[in-house]
Ligand binder design. Structure first.
Ligand SMILES: *Cc1c(COP(=O)(O)O)cnc(C)c1O
Length: 428
C-alpha cells in the first residue's frame, strides 16, 4: 500500500505541531510508523491522501456510530451553517438536544453542554465537590476521563494510597484528592469508603471501559458502586462519553439498569463536532452557575453547528434503532476474530459490548488494568499493520475500543474476518 503522500504530510506537520498531531492517540506510537492522512470519509470507509480506501473501525474514536457523512447529518449542518456559526446567545437547538438527551437517559434531569469530553468530566467533578462539600474523587486505573489535571493519576503503592500524577506538569496537589483503585474490585472501594466515610465527593467510572480496550463490569460491580455511593453520601458519576448512545441508545446506564447521580457525555452526542455534556439530578445540577454558585462557562458551549450535528445524529439513531443489528454484527465479528486467533494458535481474548470490541493478545480474560497490561503489544502492532495492508483501519493501540458503525455491511464484517485469518496466521 502506497503511503508516500501521508509520509510527506506527516514530516511537514512534525516541524510545526508537536509530534505532528493534535492528540497523541493519532500518532501511531503504540504500533510504530507514521499515521495516515485522511482526505475524506464516506459511510464505513475512509479515503487517505494517497487514494487508499480503508474500512474504518476507529469512527473518529467514537462519534461516528452512523458512519461518515450521513446525508441527514450533512443536511442539518448545512442548514445550520447558513444561519451563522456562533452567537454567544441561547438558541433553540441547545434545548432540543438537552431534551433529546434527557428523554434517552432518565437519570439526567438537567444537562449542561460543553465542547469536549474532558470539559464534561472536569466540570462534573467540580460540581460533585461543590455539591457535597467534600474533596476526594475515586477513579479506576485504566479508565480515561480526558486530560483533566486531577484525573491524570496512577495508583499509588497501597490500595488506599492517594494517586500520584501520571504526567509531568500536574502538581502533586492536583491529584492529592484523587484515589485510584482497580476496576472491578468492589472490596477495595468498600475499604476506601470505610476508612474515609465522610471524605468522598464522588466516584467516576467508565461503566463499560473503552480506554484500556473494552473491559466489561463484572456482575454486581456497578450496582455495588451505586449502593456504596448512596450509603456514604457520595455522587456516582458515569463517564459515558464513549458508551452513551453507543452500547445502547440510553447508554450503559440503560443497558445495566443503573441510575447514576451524574453522567458525562461527548463523542456521539456531537456526531463528529466538538461537543461534551454533563447532566444528572436536578438538585445537583441546580448548583451550577448561574442557577447556583459552582462556576462553569464556555464561549462556544452549545455551538449551533455542533448542536445541529448532534441532534441530527441522535434523531437518526432513534428513528432507525440500529442497536440490535449492530450488537449482532459486532458479536459475529468478535467470534470470527477469536476463531482466527484460535486457528493461528495465538493466546487471545475478545471483549465486546454493543458495537464496541477489542481483540486482546493475552490468554487471560482482561477484567482490569493490571491484566490489560499483560497483552503482547508487539504482536498487536504486527496485527495492526497486517490489517492496514489489507485495507482495514483499526485503532493504533492494543488499549483502545474498536467500533462498528451502522454503515458497516455484513460483507464488510466478512471481509474483516477473512483479513484477520490471513494476518493472524502469519503471527504465530
Ligand atoms: C474520549 C473520552 C473522554 C475525553 O473526551 P475528549 O472529547 O477527548 O476530551 C472522556 N471520557 C471517556 C470515557 C472518553 O472515552
Amino acid at each position: 500500500m502506497n503511503r508516500d503522500q501521508s509520509r510527506k504530510h506527516f514530516e511537514r506537520a512534525c516541524r510545526v505541531i508537536p509530534g505532528g498531531v493534535n492528540s497523541p492517540a493519532r500518532a501511531f506510537g503504540g504500533v510504530g510508523g507514521d499515521p495516515l492522512y485522511i482526505a475524506r470519509g464516506e459511510g464505513a470507509h475512509l479515503f487517505d491522501v494517497d487514494g487508499n480506501r480503508l474500512l474504518d473501525y476507529v469512527g473518529s474514536w467514537g462519534p461516528h456510530i452512523l458512519g461518515h457523512n450521513h446525508p441527514a447529518v450533512v443536511e442539518a449542518v448545512q442548514q445550520s451553517l447558513l444561519c451563522g456559526t456562533s452567537f454567544g446567545a441561547p438558541t433553540e437547538a441547545e434545548t432540543l438536544l438537552a431534551e433529546t438527551i434527557i428523554e434517552a437517559m432518565p437519570s439526567i434531569e438537567q444537562v449542561r453542554m460543553v465542547s469536549s469530553g474532558t470539559e464534561a468530566t472536569m466540570s462534573a467533578i467540580r460540581l460533585a465537590r461543590g455539591f457535597t462539600g467534600r474533596d476526594v474523587i475515586v477513579k479506576f486505573a485504566g479508565c480515561y476521563h480526558g486530560h483533566v489535571d486531577s484525573l491524570l493519576v496512577q495508583a499509588g503503592s497501597a490500595a488506599t494510597t492517594l494517586g500520584v500524577p501520571s504526567s509531568p506538569g500536574v502538581p502533586k496537589g492536583c491529584t492529592a484528592d484523587t484515589v485510584c483503585l482497580e476496576f472491578n474490585d468492589l472490596p477495595q472501594v468498600e475499604a476506601l469508603f470505610a476508612s474515609r466515610p465522610r471524605s468522598v465527593a464522588g466516584v467516576i467510572v467508565e461503566p463499560v471501559v473503552g480506554n484500556m480496550g473494552v473491559v466489561l463490569p463484572e456482575c454486581g460491580f456497578l450496582e455495588g458502586l451505586s449502593a456504596l455511593c448512596r450509603r456514604y453520601g457520595a455522587l456516582l458519576i458515569f463517564d459515558e462519553v464513549m458508551t452513551g448512545f453507543r452500547v445502547a441508545y440510553g447508554g450503559a446506564q440503560a443497558r445495566f439498569g443503573i441510575r447514576p447521580d451524574l453522567t458525562t457525555l461527548g463523542k456521539i452526542i456531537g456526531g463528529g463536532m466538538p461537543v461534551g455534556a454533563y447532566g444528572g439530578r436536578k438538585d445537583v445540577m441546580q448548583r451550577i452557575s448561574p442557577a447556583g454558585p459552582v462556576y462553569q462557562a464556555g464561549t462556544l458551549s452549545g455551538n449551533p453547528l455542533a448542536m445541529a450535528c448532534g441532534l441530527a445524529t441522535l434523531r437518526v439513531l432513534k428513528e432507525t434503532d440500529p442497536y440490535a443489528r449492530l450488537e449482532q454484527e459486532t458479536a459475529r465479528l468478535a467470534r470470527g476474530l477469536s476463531q482466527a486467533a484460535r486457528d493461528a494458535g495465538l493466546p487471545h481474548t475478545v471483549a465486546s459490548a454493543g458495537s464496541m470490541f477489542t481483540l486482546f493478545f493475552s490468554g487471560n480474560p482482561v477484567v482490569n488494568y493490571k491484566l490489560a497490561t499483560q497483552c503482547d503489544t508487539k504482536r498487536f502492532a504486527r496485527y495492526f499493520w497486517g490489517m492496514i495492508e489489507r485495507g482495514i483501519y483499526l485503532p493504533c493501540s492494543q488499549f483502545e475500543a474498536n467500533f462498528v458503525s451502522a454503515a458497516h455491511t455484513p460483507a464488510d464484517i466478512d471481509a474483516t474476518i477473512a483479513a484477520a485469518h490471513e494476518v493472524l496466521a502469519g503471527l504465530a
